[in-house]
Design a protein. Structure first.
Length: 569
């Protein structure tokens, strides 16, 4: 019976080959099945690989794995095994089975004989290492591989340059070195006339430009990259393109376009089964809805992302979403909960040595600690952030640290030190041209000048509000309205207009449930009313602020409002 069955499978396979010769596409899986059952290893290998590739192109990932595993079962030499192992690992990496993918990439590398093939597979191993939190190990491997093949211009060398450039700017904030690497990679791609490699280079270059605050240039590079990918019919990479286009669109103040791009990315990621990129898209959509004040929608997207990141073992990604949830918790007045999220996030970033994220989160933790009245611990975190930021190439991060630290010094009535730090930040932020950062900078200057009773306060506050409205960031608009109102009421003598703007700030904060911002507005309203000798009304607003600060355990702000209440009681 076995012999007859074998003959039966052989006849069917040969009949299909002969009858559909020249139109064999679509029959690869059938042919692989029949040749496997008639024990023709050579034909089984040929058609199993073709069937796997066909299934992968249709995003039928499990089916692709089935075909590749059958091919592996008949592989009879190391070179073929290397090819099959790599194909299996590519699918496993795509769908988030990182442990299996890493093992199969290592199997592929051990089986490969060609130096460039080994280097290419090594690049994919390095990418998996960084994705799973082993950032320094991944970077070290990329640098080692690059040195081993740098004598010749090849697509593999260009690809390594791109991966290294991306990781250096994203994890270590080394923008200058990253730009050199990506430019060298693009030069190689053009020299060898590799269109896909050139598209990859333009995509990474746009990422670097975005991180440097050059949104318009980043978007231009991305659109060039998109055209090249579309000319190749490469749909998989478009989800990454669209996510980055969303981030760049957000940076140039087009929030609606950002959301549209990310939704396109989600659709493609779901279709292709790319869990890692799907999680990234969910995260960014959460950020954008958070900016709009849609906190419930934002938290739902963050939770979807967190579930994916934890399942695929993306530690850095998990840290990012924990941080973002912490921001939302802070906005609604849950300071202790937000601090827990920030602490968990920073522990992850420190464990994987993600410099960029550490520089970003340290001052955020410091701000919370200062709010809670833990000033010595707050200063420790500000100093950690400052020392780290001074060592990196991305000076935009350093400008942000100066602003955070300046606000702290202003809160303890050291306006001179605050002004000194803001002047340091000014050159960096103005050069970057980032409107959101400029809005915050001008707002901070206005606060210092209010403290110093300097007429320049009103102009800075007006500029801050204009930029905040343009960027559509509700938190910044609320804060700018509050500061403008204070400047008008306390400095420029336009009391009625000042009160109106502070009340607008409070109304928007209440509307989108930004609890701490609401309290800050009520406090500012009390200050303005006291300056105009309206003590009874001021007391009413200050007591409202006191209640919120008490519930939020914002001890520092609570002490300030209690002191002000005492001064008029």
């Amino acid at each position: 019976m076995k012999s007859e069955r074998t003959i039966y499978h052989k006849v069917i396979a040969e009949t299909i080959e002969n009858k559909f010769k020249g139109e064999i596409d679509g029959y690869f899986a059938t042919l692989a099945h029949h040749y496997y059952n008639c024990k023709n290893s050579e034909k089984t290998m040929e058609y199993s690989l073709k069937a796997g590739d066909e299934a992968a192109a249709l995003y039928a990932n499990e089916e692709a794995l089935m075909h590749y595993n059958r091919a592996l079962s008949v592989a009879d030499n190391d070179i073929t095994k290397a090819t099959v192992f790599e194909k299996i690992a590519n699918i496993e990496s795509l769908i988030g089975r990182n442990d299996k993918a890493l093992k199969h990439y290592q199997d592929a590398q051990n089986s490969a004989k060609d130096k460039l093939v080994k280097a290419r597979i090594g690049t994919r191993i390095a990418r998996l290492l960084t994705q799973t939190g082993k950032i320094d190990k991944g970077l070290e491997l990329l640098k080692k591989i690059r040195i081993s093949i740098q004598e010749n211009d090849t697509d593999v060398l260009a690809d390594i340059n791109y991966h290294l450039a991306h990781d250096l700017v994203e994890f270590k904030a080394e923008t200058e070195q990253a730009e050199k690497l990506v430019n060298e990679g693009i030069r190689i791609s053009k020299k060898i006339k590799d269109v896909k490699s050139e598209a990859n280079g333009l995509r990474v270059k746009s990422h670097i430009l975005w991180r440097r605050g050059m949104g318009d240039k980043a978007l231009k590079a991305l659109k060039e990259s998109q055209k090249l990918y579309e000319s190749l019919g490469d749909q998989r990479i478009l989800c990454e393109i669209y996510t980055l286009m969303g981030a760049v669109s957000r940076s140039i103040n087009n929030l609606n376009m950002a959301i549209d791009y990310v939704k396109k990315s989600i659709n493609i990621s779901q279709k292709t089964g790319n869990k890692l990129l799907l999680g990234n898209a969910y995260n960014n959509l959460g950020v954008y809805y958070g900016i709009m004040g849609e906190n419930n929608i934002a938290i739902n997207y963050y939770k979807k992302n967190l579930d994916i990141k934890q399942k695929v073992g993306d530690k850095r990604g998990e840290g990012i979403v924990l941080f973002n949830i912490g921001v939302l918790k802070y906005d609604i007045g849950e300071l202790n909960t937000s601090l827990d999220y920030f602490t968990n996030a920073i522990q992850i970033f420190e464990s994987v040595n993600d410099i960029r994220s550490m520089v970003y989160v340290y001052p955020t933790i410091a701000n919370i600690l200062a709010d809670k009245g833990e000033e010595s611990r707050a200063v420790e975190y500000y100093e950690k952030a400052l020392k780290l930021a001074q060592k990196i190439e991305d000076k935009i991060l350093l400008g942000g640290i100066y602003c955070h630290y300046a606000k702290y010094f202003l809160s303890i009535d050291n306006a001179e030190k605050a002004l000194e730090l803001l002047e340091r930040a000014k050159g960096i932020i103005v050069q970057s041209g980032n409107q959101a950062d400029l809005a915050k900078l001008f707002r901070d200057f206005a606060e210092v000048y209010i403290k110093n009773k300097d007429p320049k306060a009103t102009k800075y506050a007006e500029d801050a509000l204009k930029l905040a409205i343009e960027t559509t960031i509700k938190r910044d608009e609320i804060a700018a309205l509050k500061i403008l109102g204070k400047a008008q009421a306390l400095i420029s003598g336009n009391f009625d207009e000042g009160i109106k703007n502070i009340k607008r700030s409070i109304a928007i904060a209440k509307e989108i449930n930004l609890v701490v911002n609401t309290a800050d507005g009520l406090f500012a309203l009390g200050e303005a009313l006291i300056a105009n000798n309206k003590y009874e009304k001021a007391l009413e607003y200050l007591n409202q602020a006191k209640k919120i600060y008490t519930q939020a355990t914002a001890k520092f702000s609570l002490r300030k409002v209690e002191s002000l209440i005492k001064s008029i009681s």
